[in-house]
Design a protein around this ligand. Structure first.
Ligand code: GDP
Ligand code: IMO
Ligand code: MG
Length: 431
């Protein structure tokens, strides 16, 4: 029996969805522990493509339970749409999906606030997904959020919602100079009660459920969203999301103690991408960057925005390994590098004064001026797409993986060579 955290070790979109789906074959319960529908996790099985935003990527397996943990912020409208979309693709969530009664809700005013704040951030836009994530987490921490457990059709709850809507309308109008229509609190309330009723069959104390699964000897799989450098504490602040994406978040957001965790798998692309604003030392602005974007189909799974692309950054990964306690690496999208003559790995940075850094410094102004120092290795210039045995990889591709392992000091237990479930090399089982 083994309990594993799967998380992103870069800026998100590392292929967590594919790997969680694959590993779900061996897990009884899959638990999302943070974030919201800012996430877009793509799972390709056969000729079908599923893009999951809130529902854990283990839902496609018949014998699994999928948990939306207390650490998430949940837009009930988006979740109902996702449940219905899955149903139309033949996946029934009833009896398989469980939503924490302690998870906070994303309310319509959070989405308006997200947009209005971004519009006012002159020159310092974060490039949020516009899903209301930041404002919902702000309310959670301010203790003015609404949790699933609190929804009830009573005059006292109506009064609470009225007050919240009116407060937010005042902020939108007078502080953020929002020019669009404001919210009608009666309508917000009615919708909320409706969503609450529709979702109530799924809502429970999920930490109890997880404890029971543990007792039954089930393997638990914790599914992270976003990535380490979008973490509110350890990421490239303020160009981050509003939750703890790191391994510690799996405990607080999944309702489990750290003593129950056996392994932490860090998913990393064989190169680097980022959506939205913020520092990205190895970003490429040339034809190699364009090739990575084209070969990797690098467009956001949630917003459709083009992803910025660059070389693999070992400095980032070393920090990700440190702050998450990563025990195993999963290297994805190796096939995207197939056409390259040579490949670069960033091993340190240099600032304008010639100082050297082997980790991204916290100071924002410094992060912007860093130049990466690269080690260059030979490419393999042949097709790796769909290869399932490590020995069948071209020699230079194996050398690349082994060089990453050497620099990072952590083994790559899985290498992914394509978007589909079976386009994977498993070198060592995680369970
Ligand atoms: P996530 O947010 O970490 O789940 O990742 P996304 O789903 O947003 O983005 C990863 C994209 O890469 C998806 O379109 C996947 O289908 C695709 N993908 C995952 N692994 C591989 C791989 O090894 N090779 C290729 N070519 N595509 C992959
Ligand atoms: P998955 O789980 C990549 C980015 C946004 C923006 C910043 C803050 O698919 O890897 P937010 O809406 O969270 O307030 O936006 O975080 N971001 C992601 N980037 N993958 C994601 O999720 C992301 N979720 C948020 O682009 O820069
Ligand atoms: Mg994604």
């Amino acid at each position: 029996m083994s309990n594993v955290i799967v998380l992103g070790s870069q800026w998100g979109d590392e292929g967590k969805g594919k790997i969680v789906d694959l590993l779900s074959e061996q897990a009884g319960t899959i638990i999302r522990f943070q974030g919201g529908n800012n996430a877009g996790h793509t799972v390709m099985v056969g000729d079908k493509t599923y893009i999951l935003h809130l529902v854990p990527s283990g839902i496609l397996h018949d014998d699994t339970k999928s948990v939306i943990g207390n650490g998430l912020v949940v837009d009930p409208k988006a979740l109902l749409k996702e449940i219905n979309d899955l149903k139309s693709m033949g996946i029934d969530c009833r009896g398989k999906l469980f939503i924490s009664d302690a998870a906070n809700l994303i309310m319509p005013y959070h989405k308006l606030l997200d947009g209005a704040r971004e519009a006012r951030r002159k020159g310092t836009k974060i490039g949020t997904t516009g899903r209301g994530i930041g404002p919902a987490y702000e309310d959670k921490v301010a203790r003015t959020g609404i949790r699933f457990a609190d929804i009830e059709d009573t005059p006292a709850f109506k009064e609470k919602v009225d007050l919240l809507v009116n407060d937010k309308n005042l902020i939108l109008k007078h502080v953020l100079e929002h020019s669009g229509p404001l919210l009608d609190s009666d309508q917000v309330y009615r919708e909320l009660i409706g969503f609450g009723k529709e979702l109530s069959p799924f809502v429970c104390d999920t930490s109890e459920l997880v404890a029971e699964e543990l007792k039954q000897g089930q393997n638990l799989l914790f599914e992270g969203a976003q990535g380490t450098f979008l973490d509110i504490d350890h990421g490239t602040y303020p160009f981050v999301t509003s939750s703890n994406t790191v391994a510690g978040g799996a405990c607080s957001g999944g309702g489990i103690g750290p003593t129950q965790i056996d392994r932490v798998a860090g998913i990393t692309k064989a190169y680097t991408t980022r959506v939205g604003e913020g520092p990205f030392p190895t970003e490429l602005f040339d034809e190699t960057g364009e090739l990575l974007a084209k070969e990797g189909h690098e467009f956001g799974a949630t917003t459709g925005r083009p992803r910025r692309c660059g070389w693999f950054d070992a400095c980032l990964l070393k920090k990700a390994i440190r702050v998450n306690g990563i025990t195993d690496l999963v290297v994805t999208k190796l096939d995207v590098l197939d056409k390259l003559e040579t490949i670069k790995i960033c091993t340190s940075y240099q600032d304008k004064a010639g100082n050297s850094y082997d980790s991204l410094p916290s100071k924002q102004s410094l992060q912007k001026e860093l130049t990466p120092v690269y080690e260059e290795v030979a490419g393999w210039k042949s097709r790796t797409s769909g290869i399932t045995a490590y020995d069948e990889l071209p020699e230079q591709a194996r050398k690349y993986i082994e060089r990453l392992e050497k620099i990072l000091g952590v083994p790559a237990c899985i290498v992914s060579t394509g978007p589909k479930r079976d386009e994977t090399i498993i070198r060592k089982s995680l369970f």
